[in-house]
Write a protein that binds this ligand. Sequence first.
Ligand SMILES: [Ca+2]
Ligand SMILES: [Ca+2]
Length: 444
Amino acid sequence: MRLNPLGIAAWIPLLVASMVGCSIVGADEGAGGADPTSDPAFTEGTNAGDGSGNALPASATDGKKNGDESDVDCGGSKAAKCADGKSCGAASDCESGVCTGGKCQAPTGTDGVKNGDESDVDCGGTKTGAPRCEAGKSCAAHADCASDGCGYDKKCAIARSCAAHFGGDTCGEGEVGDPGAKHESCCTAAPIPGTTTMLDKYKITAGRFRQFVERTNGNIRGFMETVKNDPDWKPAWNARLPQNIAEVNFLLGPTGNGTLRRGCDLGASRGRTYWMSDAENKALGETGTHPFSKDVLDQKMLNCVDWTMLQAFCIWDGGRLPKYTEFKAAWSGGENRTYPWGNTFDTSKLNWQYSYSFPEVYDKGNFVFVGAPGRFPEGNGKNGHADLAGLAMEWLYEINGAADQAQFTSTGSWEGHAVGANAPMSGFTPMDRGYWAIGGRCVR
Ligand SMILES: [Ca+2]
Ligand SMILES: [Ca+2]
């Protein structure tokens, strides 16, 4: 666009007229104000008479119980709140917020008040004996939460992988920022129909896995070495796990380097959703970069992850990968459904064959087609499990340990893998494989 000096000049009179107009309106309002307390000068004068507004009156520090104090220089409306054991007439007189038998009580984990170092009522903190807080309660630190995940919004997350915003509570219908978006925690689980077993509604996002990496500082092996006697884990697998961020990046990284990954490079395939900085990608020998921000990609489903790291992730997050019978039961809905939504295949109900794209831009690679979980709610299963069909195939619990192979579902993908009727398995494939159209979810 060319700048036109005449055009700029033409704006100046308009701008001046606008400023003058504002000024006149302001003057009119001031002159017409009948209530003197609405005048700024009046308010300031009143405040000045009280000092800063924070200082206590002399009576509150005079060493005498006077005014409406409940004990010497505490309680009432003017003085500080009273320490434990001081006299009180009401809960509001006490630091603890508890006045019983005329005395301020020490905070406890069962007094029905948020006190001591609790982060919410009778939960969190370390000093009142309160338990950790359930999901949705206020928190200041991860340790305040039963899930060990204090969210970005200072509320306890359902599971610690969902403490961040992007990829943490951006699952469901619509995109972030859409007025009609219906999002919830990506760690929301629902019972498998006919059972009490809880299966995550959503496939694991890149953002959830990033929490895992950040909280362990990339030493996933070190974390799993602390997990003892877990029936879902074999110590022999620890050697497969990364011990630092660079090793995580390598294992989530591009095709090549002697690995079994496919579709995971950024130069040609351009569909790997775990964001890495340009420097990190370059260190892996990548010729390409991630064209979208971490925040955008963290919302998307994690792909190019091998079975071992995903099982470790689910254990860290309080669960494990689903067994085939569990996945299939969620799919069939207890009604022998051929597809999660019913018996007729319907391409409008799933992320399949490039039917989804976000961000909607041209020629930015396959990243756009790998969806965030839950964007096709009409395809949900009976109990709300999303993307059972489509988006990506899923790693399952079943392994052939002797051959180092694991199973995954044959349930379609963004790319267009066939959606098998009745949720078949694909058959065993190496546990070390990473693929752009395989992800997973957890049972918890
Ligand atoms: Ca006093
Ligand atoms: Ca309490």
